[in-house]
Ligand binder design. Structure first.
Ligand SMILES: [Zn+2]
Length: 101
């Protein structure tokens, strides 16, 4: 196996991994009440960072059934309950990204 073959194989593996991250991000976002198309794009562009965004940065929880949902989702995809806004709403340089729900 020469260096070109190895490079091609690694390239294909990484592309598939990145696309897999896109698919995983889309599935996870969908379960949390997010839209599919933008999260496929975000997941494919950001790779593991997209999944980190969903799990940590965008994390919010339904009060009624304790299911994890995305921030900005107003209605729980699990039980259909309205989701209350966050009590603590930090207003800082990140305020446009950290909406108060
Ligand atoms: Zn719920």
């Amino acid at each position: 196996m020469n260096i070109v073959t190895i490079a091609v194989v690694v390239g294909i593996a990484m592309t598939l991994g990145w696309l897999g991250c896109g698919a995983a991000a889309a599935v996870m976002a969908r379960r949390r009440g997010g839209a599919t198309a933008p999260w496929i794009l975000l997941g494919a562009l950001l790779g593991p960072v997209g999944i980190y965004l969903i799990v940590k940065v965008m994390h919010h929880q339904c009060d009624a059934c304790k299911k994890p949902v995305l921030r900005g989702v107003r209605q729980c995809p699990g039980c259909g309950d309205d989701i209350a806004r966050l009590e603590h709403n930090p207003v800082g340089p990140m305020w446009t990204y950290r909406r108060d729900w």
